[in-house]
Design a protein around this ligand. Structure first.
Ligand code: GDP
Length: 445
């Protein structure tokens, strides 16, 4: 599912690279694809509309800066806007309260509240050296209370008992009292799961909030929830003054569009991401990385940057000028093209940066062999005399044998390389003038 989209965006990036200026027309095309990407990532429709409107405004009329191609600039605007929408650097938990700092966990049943409560306890113990108490206010499911007890022990925190006969507010107040008396730094309050938004339970969590004055009210939401996330988020935002979001199950294969929806609807920062069922699967939310995931682009921006950085602009321009002036494309030019390919940081390292779909496709190519091939071609050209390089027509049978021996290859290899060179020379002839400039721009900006 994500692969088609990834391809589309990758193609689009390629298409719009090389255009001189961001125009209304190409912005519209690009935004149509971005819109599809967001919808496929399960970002809620109204959120998508809003987002696209903001990006359009930022993109239109923007001049191309520095060496960035317009396409890159637009992708960069989209990426930055996504990252800015999803993150504002307020990552960690606020504990600035008279101890114990009370943290209320809210969310639908199955979102991962209980697991996340324990993960958070572990985080606060290990990273912030806090003494942590947990308590469950889920009086509807005795199993949930037991579950919290188990995971709290695993996290190395303490658990405060509760029973289904008690009222959630009473449980929380008793736990708070206990925490104060025993000098806990933090009290984590897990709450009853809701399968769907339910007025009675919403009332209950509101009362709970009013009784314990949490310094953090965290909305735990399943990243796989997709379009529904917007309704859930809205209901919780209306009921509670949310201070943060924890996005769970980001290890799943969803593209995590819920992050954007939830962030926009609640206005609360996404503080953490759940990345496994295990208790160490909690990471500080990285908005920039997540933006790439939502767009299904892997680290495509970094890739584009690496590729353009690898192209030596001075020699590319020299080549363009040369071709324009009608001079012939010779083996020195061919060599410089090959070397530019190698400068791109080694083909292997580029592979890591490709979106998974592209990488899979590229994975069918043996990168080691490609690199070896480039090296062999370099070796062949280096075995030629300067005269042979500028006048390849001189290279006949005897010279070919000498060159092959010098490079340690078979004569057929020399022939193959010369054939490739001729094809490129042909292409260069056809591309004289404007066409050449266009290609150079596509190469380097
Ligand atoms: P609650 O009903 O909101 O308390 O949800 P639970 O904490 O019981 O979690 C529901 C299910 O989601 C459990 O099977 C958890 O193991 C699982 N879960 C929670 N967080 C994550 C996560 O970040 N990644 C994965 N893969 N599973 C998670």
């Amino acid at each position: 599912m994500a692969s088609a989209l990834t391809d589309k965006l990758s193609r689009l990036v390629k298409e719009i690279r090389g255009q001189a200026r961001i125009t209304e027309a190409n912005v519209a095309d690009m935004l149509r694809e971005v819109r599809m990407a967001l919808l496929e990532a399960d970002v809620a429709l109204p959120v998508v509309r809003d987002f696209i409107a903001r990006v359009r405004e930022k993109a239109l009329g923007q001049d191309v800066l520095g060496s960035l191609t317009p396409g890159q600039a637009l992708v960069s605007i989209v990426n930055k806007e996504l990252a800015a929408t999803m993150g504002d650097g307020v990552a960690d938990i606020n504990l600035a309260a008279q101890p114990p700092a009370v943290i209320l966990m809210a969310g639908l049943q199955g979102a991962g509240k209980t697991t996340t409560t324990a993960k958070l306890a572990k985080h606060l113990i290990e990273k912030r050296n806090k003494k942590v108490l947990t308590v469950s206010g889920d009086v509807y499911r005795p199993a949930a209370i037991e579950q919290l007890k188990t995971v709290t022990a695993q996290a190395g925190a303490e658990w405060f008992p509760s029973t289904p006969e008690q009222k959630p507010v009473d449980i929380a107040l008793a736990a708070l009292d206990f925490a104060k008396k025993h000098y806990f730094d933090v009290l984590l309050v897990d709450t009853a799961g809701r399968l769907a938004i339910d007025d009675v339970l919403m009332r209950e969590i509101k009362d709970l909030h009013a009784a314990i004055h949490p310094v953090e009210t965290l909305f735990v939401v399943d990243a796989m929830q997709g379009q529904d996330a917007i309704n859930t988020a809205r209901a919780f935002k209306e009921a509670l003054p949310l201070t943060g979001i924890i996005l769970t199950k980001l290890d799943g294969d969803s593209r995590g569009g819920a992050a954007l929806s939830v962030r926009q609807i609640t206005g609360a920062p996404i503080k953490f991401a759940g990345t496994s069922e295990k208790l160490d699967g909690l990471e500080v939310f990285d908005a920039e990385r997540h933006a790439g995931r939502v767009l299904g682009m892997g680290d495509i921006l970094a890739l584009v940057e690496q590729v353009t950085a690898g192209v030596d602009m001075a020699s590319a321009q020299k080549l363009a000028a040369k071709v324009k002036s009608g001079a012939t494309f010779d083996l020195n030019d061919f060599l410089s093209q090959i070397q530019q390919m190698r400068q791109m940081g080694g083909l292997g390292s580029l592979m890591d940066k490709l979106p998974s779909a592209m990488a899979a496709k590229a994975g069918q190519v043996d990168m080691g062999r490609v690199e070896k091939d480039i090296k062999r071609k370099e070796g062949i050209i280096h075995s030629m005399t300067p005269k042979e390089r500028t006048k390849p027509d001189l290279i006949k049978a005897t010279r070919k044998r000498r060159i092959a021996a010098g490079a340690g290859v078979q004569v057929q290899e020399v022939n193959r390389m010369l054939k490739e060179f001729e094809q490129m020379q042909d292409m260069m002839k056809k591309m004289k003038g404007a066409g050449m400039m266009k290609m150079m721009k596509r190469l380097g900006g």
